[in-house]
Design a protein around this ligand. Structure first.
Ligand code: HEC
Length: 101
């Protein structure tokens, strides 16, 4: 079950990444990629909410998951599918969002 959830999310993120790579505007790319994160990181949920957090900190954490300096179960797999530009767009989009409660 857990494996299926991970596979589903990885598929979602990779689909989103492909859409975003298709030359859309940065905001659209941030939306497409970032909204996939909120499936797990919704405000008030069990996993750390991300909306409204500092973009620099978010990008650093994603970078850490990607290069293995930060441990995790789900996030290292997701982060490995993102390039620097995508991380920057996601972080900016999440940081600009009002915290929805
Ligand atoms: C399938 C659920 C899931 C999805 C989708 C997901 N995350 Fe996570 N996230 C987690 C879990 C679980 C953790 C705790 C670390 C771990 O076990 O990987 C986490 C941790 C994090 C953290 C560290 C939070 C903290 O305060 O320590 C950040 C930042 C983060 N995720 C960003 C993202 C971003 C950005 C996306 C979208 C690209 C995303 N996550 C998508 C489940 C998810």
């Amino acid at each position: 079950m857990k494996r299926r959830v991970i596979l589903f999310c990885a598929t979602l993120v990779s689909l989103a990444a492909r859409t975003a790579a298709a030359g859309d505007s940065p905001d659209l790319a941030g939306f497409v990629l970032g909204s996939a994160c909120l499936t797990c990181h919704a405000a008030g949920g069990a996993i750390a909410p991300l909306e409204g957090r500092e973009a620099v900190g978010l990008a650093e954490q994603l970078d850490g998951f990607r290069d293995g300096t930060r441990a995790g179960t789900v996030m290292p797999r997701l982060a490995r599918g993102l390039d620097d530009a995508q991380i920057a767009r996601i972080a900016a989009w999440l940081a600009a969002r009002e915290v929805s409660r």
